[in-house]
Write a protein of this length. Structure first.
Length: 102
């Protein structure tokens, strides 16, 4: 199935719309939902326990985005003096091949 077909199938199976376009995820969610329906989903005891655990919990659908702000507090700049042989290239330098001059 194409992603568009899977999205339509997801809506048909779950009754919810999805913005997801990840094919493997949609296949797994549809399969999980069909299996849950075939096996009568969760027991009433499991539903009650899940409701107890969810009360007062900060439930998120997606993980929070990382903050792009710099770390707080003072920053320091320092000069690094390398004690190395001047004939050697600096770390991270690109060494290009020398062309033959014959």
């Amino acid at each position: 199935m194409t992603v568009g077909e899977l999205r339509r199938e997801y809506v048909a199976v779950t009754g919810e719309d999805t913005r997801c376009r990840h094919k493997d995820y949609l296949v797994r969610r549809i399969a999980w939902r069909l299996q849950a329906k075939a096996e009568d989903d969760l027991s009433e005891r499991a539903r009650r326990r899940a409701a107890e655990l969810a009360q007062g919990a900060d439930v998120r659908i997606t993980a929070p985005r990382r903050s792009q702000t710099p770390a707080e507090g003072p920053t320091k700049a320092a000069t690094i003096h390398l004690s190395q042989d001047d004939r050697l290239p600096m770390p991270g330098a690109f060494i290009l091949p020398v062309e033959d001059v014959t």
